[in-house]
Design a protein around this ligand. Structure first.
Ligand code: UDP
Length: 238
């Protein structure tokens, strides 16, 4: 019998870059499929799952604007990139038999559902994975902020931020072999020490609503499920 999960509703935030595998750009379907299988394994425990996926593997507004594009237009392009990633994840999850909805902050009815909070909650209650796309629908925000916003609106118990490393360190563990991982770290320390967890507006929004952020490695097979079963290493921002 599956272990009893420690959370009943969570939001998984991953960057767009998590979907590009070893490529420098875009989507790597086998990587999307691998992450979808990790999500399914948690869904199989009966956990209700929201997802927010970034768009940085395709387009970032700041990069476009640094190259002369008008900022808000570039940000809308970034938001559209997240819709493509969401559709790729939907396809991979449904291939595994998991029912999903892609729910966009920017209505595009032929492609996915518009965001209606009550309807999204209903999907979760029916055990559909809700993939929230197009960020917050507003320029000058990020998908980290969108993740925190949706997690609050959906009454998730925590945000799971899947990264390349198994938590938050006092310096970059890829560069410094003596870097130390925090078991827990406060929101204010994340902000004051500029720890690379999420951007400042996302952390402040989590702090102001007492929403824990669990930073864990998405590269660790079974890692997401392990944490819900009370195992593994990670950092809790609270
Ligand atoms: N974006 C935005 N508003 C939002 C969310 C995202 O304008 O609410 C745009 C922004 O240009 C951002 C891009 O979408 O650079 C991709 O999102 P993000 O950079 O958060 O993706 P990630 O780094 O997680 O892959």
């Amino acid at each position: 019998t599956p272990a009893k999960p420690s959370y009943s509703r969570v939001l998984l935030k991953i960057s767009g870059e998590a979907l590009m595998g070893d490529q420098g750009y875009g989507l790597h379907p086998p990587t999307v499929q691998r992450i979808a299988a990790e999500v399914k394994s948690v869904h199989d425990m009966g956990v209700e799952i929201c997802m927010v996926i970034g768009g940085g593997n395709i387009f970032r507004g700041l990069q476009g604007s640094a190259q002369g594009m008008e900022r808000t237009t570039a940000d809308y392009m970034g938001m559209l990139a997240t819709v493509m990633n969401a559709l790729a994840m939907q396809s991979a999850l449904e291939e595994l038999g998991v029912f999903t909805r892609v729910i966009s902050a920017i209505p595009m009815d032929q492609v996915c559902e518009p965001y209606l909070r009550r309807r999204a909650v209903r999907h979760l209650e029916k055990k559909r994975v809700c993939i929230f796309a197009a960020g917050t629908g507003n320029p000058y925000f990020t998908t980290d902020t969108a993740a925190t916003l949706r997690a609050n609106e959906m009454a998730c118990e925590a945000i799971f931020k899947g990264t390349k490393v198994d938590g938050v360190y006092d310096s970059d563990p890829m560069l410094n072999p003596d870097a130390k991982r925090y078991e827990t770290v406060s929101y204010d320390d994340c902000l004051a020490k500029h720890l690379k967890v999420m951007d400042a507006s996302a952390i402040a929004l989590a702090r102001d609503n007492d929403l824990p952020i669990i930073v864990f490695s998405l590269d660790e097979p079974g890692g997401f499920r392990g944490i819900l079963a009370g195992q593994g290493t990670y950092t809790t921002v609270k």
